[in-house]
Write a protein that binds this ligand. Structure first.
Ligand code: CUA
Length: 336
């Protein structure tokens, strides 16, 4: 992660207000956008000019009275219905063609799975056994870095752990809602090496604006060397940063600070909770030990720390493997 890229920093050759066109799909979207824009400008100027012209030319004055207005003009009425109809059909056909292209997935497409949760993205490569989890920056951003090869189509299958999110890569001109209990997706081909921002485009709660990512488009050789042959996005239980990565993978970091300076994000700050010994909860004072930490992860509503009622932490019962649960408890105990 080398900082969050500026959306327009390296804006395009093709227009001063658009992010770079970094996918094969981008030019389609921009062409249709500019077509609709040009059409709207043309008719706006034409109609306003005619309105002004007629208002002056046919204004009422003592020498100019028009008491018998015309009621029908078939030719005129036909034209102002037929011309917009044809234009709308053109826009529909053009949009429909491009829209369906998003669903055409070639056999050699790289498969990605995107999971949205409050408030970070997890992107995994099921065939490559990689899973990119997001990192928390000091400014509160949760950023997932993903890596794609230039020129090879990729397809995403997306779902949400909780509420509606929307996966948006402006430089690729793709944005699709991410829903609980349903899969959505698209297929495009990155065409321009570089680093481009990913956003959540559906308001999903407090830290919606921090739910971000960066897609790194690499040349095929670079991708081979810097991703496939590296340990990026590998979650290895033996690696020293396994536990904090696990903490981020399940989104714990979105609500719980682990350093004193992070303060209260949403839920209690976990720094020093074990050392503190007891916690005042909705069920009275509780000794903070492995059993209590485990219970709080699986059944968070049972003993809510005083002052945190109504924060609604989701239950992680059944979502964590036993080893992961132990690793998370060890991690929380190490926060001193
Ligand atoms: Cu997720 Cu907004």
């Amino acid at each position: 992660m080398t900082g969050f890229p500026n959306l327009l920093a390296d804006a395009t050759d093709k227009g001063f207000w658009m992010p770079p066109q970094a996918s094969d799909y981008a030019a389609n979207v921009d062409a249709l956008f500019y077509f609709i824009l040009a059409l709207s400008v043309f008719f706006f100027v034409l109609l306003m000019a005619l309105t002004g012209y007629f208002a002056v030319k046919y204004r009422e004055s003592p020498t100019n009275r028009r008491s018998s207005p015309m009621s029908h003009n078939f030719k005129l009425e036909f034209l102002w219905s037929a011309i917009p109809t044809v234009l709308l059909i053109v826009i529909f056909a053009w949009g429909f063609r491009d829209f369906t292209a998003l669903s055409a997935t070639p056999a050699d497409a790289l498969e990605l799975r995107v999971v949205g949760q409050r408030w970070n993205w997890t992107v995994s490569y099921p065939k490559l056994d990689r899973e990119c989890t997001s990192q928390s920056l000091p400014n509160g951003d949760n950023i997932v870095d993903i890596y794609l090869p230039e020129g090879r189509p990729f397809t995403v299958q997306m779902s949400s752990q909780d509420v509606l999110h929307s996966f948006w890569i402006p430089a690729f001109r793709v944005k699709r809602d991410v829903l609980p209990n349903r899969y959505t997706g698209f297929t495009v081909t990155p065409t321009r090496p570089g680093s481009y921002p990913i956003y959540c485009a559906e308001y999903c709660g407090d830290s919606h604006s921090h739910m971000k990512g960066v897609v790194h488009v690499l040349t095929a050789e670079q991708w081979q060397k810097e991703f496939i042959e590296s340990d990026k996005c590998k979650l290895d239980p033996k690696s020293p940063d396994y536990k904090p990565k696990l903490f981020a993978k399940y989104g714990c970091n979105a609500c719980h600070g682990v350093k004193p300076e992070q303060g209260i994000i949403v839920g209690p700050n976990l720094h020093g909770v074990v050392a503190k010994g007891t916690e005042q909860t909705s069920a009275g004072p509780v000794k903070v030990d492995d059993a209590y930490l485990r219970e709080s992860i699986e059944y968070p509503e049972k003993k809510i720390v005083d002052g945190f009622a109504g924060k609604n932490m989701p239950s992680f019962k059944g979502r964590l493997k036993e080893e992961e649960l132990s690793a998370l408890i060890d991690y929380i105990k190490s926060l001193n």
